[in-house]
Ligand binder design. Structure first.
Ligand code: APR
Length: 231
């Protein structure tokens, strides 16, 4: 009995594009409309907490109307044949809602809040709003449970360990622009097959031999499954 292969997925905003959630760096992306440092950095939080809370409330409201797409569901179905681990830069819960069982959120979770005096105090957000005056058990204002630019990525060591055990690495829907997430590919063991699913060209510095599937997530994962099965 051959042991089950570990398939590790590194997903980004493009994974959720077909679910209607905007990516960041494309035409019409979120960073075209908002100054990232005003809404996704500790400095922005200190400068205008209400603007930051409104930005994430808007995204949480959109998430309420979004559904996992075929790509999310296909990855969940792959758990029948592989030991699948999802390492995602996304803060939505669409991988969870599609049924994936092992998910690591590198950049936090939109539907959670955290204390501003004790980051270990993390709460589920009921509904879509986190407002001024919503306090933690220690009486401090709650903030989005999101890793902002300039903040440490607590889950990066765990994510690197997961990638280092991968028998297959699949990169889906990320422009590989943001570190340390983009550097995770370097933890894959030499010779590990790497697939990249994206409708646009993505430059992965220092890595040749990547199998590119130039498609969106839904069609791309189905093609990935066919390619792996035919190997
Ligand atoms: N299917 C798959 N990929 C897609 C699709 C699709 N339907 N549509 C677009 N893409 C691709 C784009 O071509 C792009 O390569 O998704 C990628 C999105 O890249 P970004 O917008 O840069 O998103 P991401 O890489 O996840 O950003 C990383 O930056 O803004 C911060 O913390 C935020 O987690 C985010 C991080």
């Amino acid at each position: 009995m051959e042991s089950v292969k570990k398939l590790v997925v590194l997903s980004g905003a493009g994974m959720s594009a077909e679910s209607g959630l905007r990516t960041f760096r494309e035409m019409g992306g979120l960073w075209e409309e908002y100054d990232v440092y005003e809404v996704a950095s500790p400095e922005g939080w200190e400068k205008d907490r209400e603007l930051v809370l409104r930005f994430y409330n808007d995204r949480r409201k959109q998430l309420q109307d979004a559904l996992p797409n075929r790509g999310h569901f296909a990855l969940a179905e792959m758990e029948k044949d592989f030991d699948v681990a999802i390492v995602t830069q996304n803060v939505d819960d669409l991988h969870e809602r599609a049924g994936s069982s092992k998910i690591l959120h590198l950049h936090g979770e939109l539907k959670k809040s955290q204390s501003t005096v004790d980051p270990d105090l993390v709460y589920d957000i009921e509904g879509w709003e986190l407002n001024p005056g919503d306090l933690c058990d220690k009486g401090s204002q709650l903030r989005p449970h999101i890793v902002w630019f300039g903040e440490a990525v607590p889950a990066i060591e765990a994510a690197a360990a997961v990638v280092s055990e991968a028998d297959i690495l699949v990169i889906i829907g990320t422009s590989m622009n943001v570190y340390p997430a983009a550097g995770l590919i370097n933890y894959a063991r030499r010779g590990t097959p790497v697939y990249l699913i994206d409708p646009n060209e993505v430059v992965v510095a220092g890595h040749s031999g990547i199998t590119v599937i130039r498609k969106g997530a839904s069609e791309g994962v189905d093609e990935l499954i066919r390619m792996i099965r035919d190997e």
